[in-house]
Design a binder for this molecule. Structure first.
Ligand code: G6P
Length: 752
């Protein structure tokens, strides 16, 4: 009896001791380190923001030597509970202005006592550690001095100690529970039961009859394995941030996580358009951010892309199943074309999609038009594409990537025929707030159609939130906001933000010219002097792109800075789009008229401030313009993401050039080093444009370098990879759930 007690106590003490040791030697130091790193990063960002807010007033006060104003400004700023002290140091490292709290030990030079690192650092003072950030104050390329921001870090110490306490208590509890379970299991000695669980966990899904575990074990094991798998994927996701996403990695993911399952893409716009020309059949690439992004993914994944065959020679190159291998020069996947009659295209594409949903989802102050006849065609064409998807599927559980607002109804139609399919719908444009969306007469049908998806993706958390609120307003569903899931008609849909991006490394052929050759050649082709300043804008001729506002900003900048007249030209590349719609025709006419008026106003000899090139340009040509420009203007009034901004950054391997970016694009949430503007505020954009073309090279380089790192890491392979990883997780969970259901398990609440 004594021996048994000793054994039991040992079983209690050993796990408890192990868990506590783990907590003390691994978890607590790790937590301390992590929290410190997070907070320091937080303070870096905060310091940057504060510095840029203080910059403007300082640029007025420093040259004017207004000590009283600077003191007032500094003292007001340090009312903020975390900002401890401020100082302004001149170029020789002399402290000129500072708050009374400024610690002498921090000094005015980068290499002040105890400073770790260059312009941001931790300094250990007797009162505790402080965070020091230095920011250059520059005017017209001349350095006036440095602003030094000192943040109090004592709150970090307090928070770390709270976290530590919490972790210790948690681990004591965890250790106790584990120990008690160990004792209980040992005591009851459910050997057979445990062996069954072990067997299944080892992967013996169908054990031989002699070793089959008791039936009641199976559901529990299913749950355990699903949990283990989720844990594994989660860890992989975390590791992911440090690992590069490449086409190879995406392929590996498909092979590993999705066991080579088939991938089908469906979109309205096709990636290759065959056109009859005087030289025979030629292949064109459409101007569509969606196509640019998804094409790179399809090249990596193979599979089949189903799209509308819109080229006048499209029918001539397909086989009897309407399929053609693409890219034409070295096929990597299959394009399956769907044919539409004029009437169908008019009602579904021009009518419901582009006169209804497009203006409904974009805040550009163009009224949506909804006609019953368009809606009927939209339903019909969604059905046609759904049938094509079902016919192309070789298995009953393919992964189907549905693209954009043309196919809101298709996910449910496909799900009804292929209940085991994984349908990922990506909405490439913004999602409006519930009131705006409520204008749509078929709002319930659209939402119900979309909720046939396993996953719905948006570019930003904000659009995801709008979508959840819209569903909440108009459909009877159960929404788990924390988990971001919607349960509708017994099916669960995961709603997530996946910011889209471009291929990095790129897939398009790039000119072999050097950066300076490219710069010179483009200027020569435009008959501009070699040192001429050049701006570039690349868009479809769409009213959401803010082209009118952009031209007005160019005009205002020239008005305010006459020295730039004759020195700066803005090239607007505008691909024609949806031109049979009245709204687009009148927009094009307004753009042309405005360019003409501005050109007449400032023209002088051969000089024209705006060169409007309203025709399609391929990626190769665009890339040359991006490389030759001093500034790229993206001034959309509303845009889901905007890939032009990212393409410009990718093209600037010389780390020069400035991006001027509308705050109403999804891209503005990622590219913080761009000059962010409100395109409706013409003066602000004009100022930003002037600032861009006069920006010192060192500043251009710093901004561009940081944005390039971001676009490189957050490339399109990562976008697709994250959606597919989530899909893999949900597929596995679904399979586990089906197995459990097959064993008559009482229904579980499915939490994602
Ligand atoms: C936007 C849409 C895409 C569309 C593209 C070009 O980016 O989100 O779905 O393909 O515009 O428009 P178009 O009507 O020519 O396909």
């Amino acid at each position: 009896m004594k021996l048994q007690w000793a054994r039991l106590s040992l079983r209690f003490v050993v796990p408890l001791a192990l868990v506590l040791a783990l907590c003390a030697y691994v978890v607590v130091p790790l937590l301390d380190n992590l929290t410190l790193r997070w907070f320091v990063r937080d303070l870096d960002i905060r310091s940057k923001m504060l510095a840029s807010t203080l910059e403007e007033p300082l640029l007025d006060h420093v040259p004017a030597r207004s000590r009283a104003r600077i003191n007032q400004l500094f003292n007001k700023a340090i009312e903020d509970e975390r900002l401890y002290a401020l100082a302004f140091c001149d170029v020789n490292g002399n402290r000129i202005y500072s708050t009374s709290t400024y610690p002498a030990a921090v000094g005015c030079r980068d290499e002040g006592e105890g400073v770790e690192g260059g312009d941001k650092a931790l300094v250990h003072l007797p009162r505790g550690p402080v965070h020091v950030a230095r920011s250059l104050l520059m005017r017209d390329g001349e350095v006036l001095g440095r602003l030094v921001l000192v943040h109090d870090m004592s709150f970090i110490e307090r928070r770390s100690s709270d976290t530590r306490k919490f972790a210790i208590v948690f681990f004591i509890l965890l250790g106790t529970v584990i120990s008690m379970i160990t004792v209980a299991v040992a005591h009851l000695s459910w050997r057979g039961w445990i062996n069954g669980v072990r067997g299944l966990l080892r992967g013996e899904l169908l054990p031989a009859s002699h070793s089959r575990p008791p039936p009641e074990v199976k559901p529990l094991v299913g749950d355990l394995r699903a949990l283990l798998h989720e844990y594994h994927l989660e860890r992989q996701n975390h590791r992911d941030s440090a690992q590069e996403w490449t086409p190879e990695r995406l392929r590996e993911l498909l092979r590993g996580e999705l066991a080579g399952d088939e991938v089908l893409v469906v979109s309205n716009r096709e990636p290759y358009i065959h056109q009859q020309t005087a030289n025979g059949i030629e292949v064109a690439r459409p101007a569509s951010g969606l196509v640019t992004a998804v094409e790179a993914v399809m090249r990596a994944c193979s599979g089949t892309w189903i799209a509308h065959g819109s080229g006048n020679a499209d029918r001539e190159v397909v086989d009897k199943h309407d399929r053609v291998p693409v890219p034409p020069e070295c096929p990597e996947y299959t394009l399956r074309r769907v044919w539409l009659s004029k009437e169908e295209e008019q009602g579904y594409y021009y009518g419901f999609a582009n006169e209804g949903l497009w203006p409904l989802c974009h805040i550009a102050h163009v009224r949506p038009v909804f006609r019953s006849s368009d809606w009927e065609q939209y339903v019909k064409v969604n059905r046609r594409f759904a049938d094509a998807v079902i016919a192309e599927a070789r298995t009953d559980d393919p992964v189907i990537l549905v693209q954009d607002y043309h196919f809101a109804l298709l996910p449910r139609m496909v799900r009804e025929a292929l209940p085991r399919a994984t349908v990922i719908t990506f909405w490439h444009i913004p999602w409006p707030n519930p009131e705006s969306f409520g204008i749509c007469p078929w709002r319930e049908e659209i939402l119900a159609g979309m909720l046939g998806s396993t996953i719905i993706g948006f570019h930003t958390p904000f659009h995801r939130k709008n979508f959840l609120e819209t569903v909440d307003r108009y459909l009877e569903t159960r929404i788990e906001s924390e988990a971001s899931t919607i349960s509708y008609g017994g099916k669960l849909t995961q709603v997530e933000p996946y910011p889209i991006s471009i291929a990095w490394p790129g897939t398009t052929e790039v000119s072999s010219e050097s950066q300076s050759e490219c710069r010179a050649n483009i200027r020569k082709a435009l008959a501009l002097p070699a040192d001429h300043l050049l701006g570039i804008g690349v868009d479809r001729l769409d009213y959401t792109k803010g082209i009118i506002e952009r031209f007005q900003a160019v005009e205002r900048m020239l008005e305010l800075n006459p020295s730039m007249v004759g020195r700066f030209t803005f090239v607007q590349i505008a691909a024609p789009t949806r031109s049979s719609l009245d709204e687009y025709q009148s927009f094009e006419a307004r753009v042309r008229a405005l360019a003409l008026r501005i050109n007449q106003r400032f023209s002088n000899g051969n000089y024209m401030p705006i060169l409007l090139k309203a025709e399609h340009h391929d990626q190769y040509q665009l890339n040359r313009y991006y490389r030759a420009a001093d500034v790229c203007m993206v001034t959309s009034l509303h845009d889901g993401m905007n890939l032009v901004a990212k393409e410009f950054i990718a093209a600037r391997s010389d780390e020069k050039g400035v991006l001027l970016l509308s705050q109403f694009t999804g891209a503005a949430r990622e590219l913080h080093e761009a000059l962010i503007v409100n395109p409706y505020h013409i003066e602000q954009s004009a100022d930003a444009l002037y600032r861009a073309i006069t920006m010192p090279e060192a500043e251009q380089r710093e901004r561009m370098r940081s944005m390039r790192t971001l676009v490189k890491d957050f490339n399109v392979y990562r976008w697709a990879g994250h959606m597919l990883l989530d899909a893999a997780r949900l597929r596995k969970r679904e399979r586990v759930m089906q197995r459990i259901d097959a064993h008559h398990r009482p229904p579980l609440r499915r939490v994602v």
